[in-house]
Design a binder for this molecule. Structure first.
Ligand code: ZN
Length: 130
């Protein structure tokens, strides 16, 4: 029953000093295991400037519309424009036709090229703690 495709779990500990958070990765072969980075950081420490706190009460992300092309079916055909997709501003391409979060949905096809989607999250602490 324990063939080569049996799933196993690797436990990784966040490499941020003093953090004991653990994450789990499933793998099936020794070769998969060799390609899993041991330098793993938890949700809190992988992008610390995105974690909201009293000292970092607001974050903003900006997405733009990126064109996406598909190759011609016959060799020599020019690529055809497939459409526009949301992606981080400054990135090479977008990947999402719809961006959504609590309270909003932005459908890429509804907007012209050059549109920017600005997403802000802000924490307001109870007044007695401010
Ligand atoms: Zn951590």
């Amino acid at each position: 029953m324990s063939g080569p495709s049996r799933r196993r779990t690797l436990t990784r500990v966040c490499t941020h000093a003093g953090c004991a958070e653990r994450g789990f990765v499933e793998y099936t072969s020794r070769r998969d295991l060799e390609h899993i980075s041991r330098d793993w950081k938890c949700l809190r420490h992988s992008k610390p400037n995105e974690v909201l706190s009293a000292g970092n009460p607001e974050t903003t992300a900006v997405l733009t519309l990126h064109p996406s092309y598909i190759d011609g079916y016959r060799h020599g055909d020019p690529p055809r424009l497939l459409g526009f997709f949301w992606g981080p501003e400054g990135a090479e391409k977008g990947s999402s036709g719809v961006e959504s979060g609590p309270g909003f949905r932005a459908i890429a096809a509804d907007f012209p090229p050059g549109t920017r989607l600005i997403i802000t999250a802000r924490i307001e602490l109870p007044e007695e703690q401010q």
